[in-house]
Design a protein around this ligand. Structure first.
Ligand SMILES: NC(=O)c1ccc[n+]([C@@H]2O[C@H](COP(=O)([O-])OP(=O)(O)OC[C@H]3O[C@@H](n4cnc5c(N)ncnc54)[C@H](O)[C@@H]3O)[C@@H](O)[C@H]2O)c1
Ligand SMILES: [Zn+2]
Ligand SMILES: [Zn+2]
Length: 352
């Protein structure tokens, strides 16, 4: 089978021909149909030390994917009943594998596991014709979720998990950063009935994606200030909820500056390093700042599926972030498009 692998601890990747993996105890084998590229893959490709965890070559990349179960390993409840798995089921996969033994795992807070490892980061991932994953990481998708949407569930789950932290209905929501996840947050805020959804960035192509997905105003911060936008929208006391989706220090500082007293700010964007914050403002404005990592296992997956299943508009908004598609053999073009930072989501179609 084809597999896009890191073969040496150095920049670059290789599309290799390797034997198909077979599912071990408690695992299932999946025929990959679509896979998405994200920032982590770019860091691993460039080998610039920016990706979390340590990848030990040779290893296949890819943690955002959708496919069909093609084999069930020993020890997996197999059948057609609820909570059973069978060959032919269409699935997305939770990319974080948790230890099951730490206090958070045992308390049911699996997304807070202290020993999380990543599919496609710490073990072979979904940039391949087939991948083997723990059965517990499989999320069976209903028919309404097509292969493209199914491949977006990892970043869409990040967006849903972030939105779970703030109240949106009737609120003025500010999203900093119009990357794929920021744009999905804008779509979710619209879906949840926000009063106004404002998204900031400085990349015109990405601001356009945010508008198409449901932002009332997508602000180019090099052209317009937030107070100007707030005045036009009659947001008099500041935004009620903030979502930091850029990883840039300027994203958080502008949220602290423009949110109202008592607002909640969820931080998903990963900064490159430490940076100064005006703590005085955080304290006197009584802001709640909440770090968000991954997806809640599996509450976020239920919310994500249920919202998409029942809203064609949300499905279209989320799908609209896909701007590029490539065959596995075109992987270099795919990585170049994703690394440029102007694209929406880049998809590799493993059925080509
Ligand atoms: N916490 C987690 O579990 C988790 C998971 C996935 C991604 N992430 C992080 O979430 C962030 C969003 O992911 P993505 O794939 O959408 O990212 P991305 O890097 O593609 O998008 C970030 C966007 O922010 C914009 N930006 C930069 N500086 C800005 C500023 N000062 N104000 C407003 N916008 C600014 C950039 O132009 C870019 O369009 C990234 O930082 C990523 O590393 C975190
Ligand atoms: Zn990712
Ligand atoms: Zn654990």
């Amino acid at each position: 089978m084809r597999a896009l692998r890191k073969t040496a601890p150095a920049p670059g990747l290789e599309l290799c021909e390797i034997p198909e993996p077979e599912p071990g105890f408690g695992e299932v084998k999946i025929r990959v149909m679509r896979a998405g590229l994200c920032g982590t893959d770019i860091h691993l490709f460039k080998w610039d030390g920016g990706a979390p965890g340590s990848l030990t070559p040779p290893q296949t990349l890819g943690h955002e994917f959708y496919g069909e179960i093609s084999a069930i390993g020993p020890g997996v409840a197999e059948g057609r009943g609820r909570d059973e798995l069978h060959v032919g089921q269409r699935v997305s996969v939770e990319g974080h594998i948790v230890c099951g033994r730490c206090r958070n795992c045992r308390a049911g807070r699996r997304h807070m596991c202290i020993r999380t490892i990543g599919i496609g980061v710490n073990r072979d991932g979904g940039f391949a014709d087939y991948v083997v994953v723990p059965a517990g990481n499989v999320w069976v998708q209903p028919e309404a979720i097509d292969p493209d949407l199914g491949a977006l569930f990892d970043p869409f789950g990040n967006a849903v998990h972030s939105c779970q932290q703030v109240e949106m209905t009737g609120q003025d929501v500010l999203v900093t950063g119009a990357g794929p996840i920021g744009v999905m947050c804008a779509a979710l805020a619209r879906h949840a009935g926000a009063r106004h959804v404002v998204v900031t960035d400085m990349m015109p192509s990405r601001l356009e994606l945010a508008r198409a997905a449901g932002a009332d105003v997508a602000v180019d911060i090099t052209q317009q200030t937030l107070p100007e936008v707030m005045e036009a929208l009659e947001i008099r006391e500041g935004f009620d909820a903030g979502l930091e989706m850029s990883g840039a220090p300027g994203g958080l500082t502008s949220l602290i500056e423009h949110c109202t007293h008592g607002a909640t700010i969820a931080l998903l964007g990963l900064p490159k390093g430490a940076f100064p914050i005006n703590w005085n403002q955080v304290i006197t404005r009584m802001l709640t700042i909440k770090g968000v990592y991954g997806r809640e296992m599996f509450d976020t997956w239920y919310l994500a599926t249920y919202m998409l299943e029942t809203s064609e508009q949300l499905r279209n908004s989320v799908r609209s972030i896909i701007t590029h598609r490539f065959a596995p053999e075109e992987w270099e073009q795919a990585f170049a498009a994703a690394a440029e930072g102007t694209a929406g989501k880049v998809i590799i179609d493993w059925e080509r």
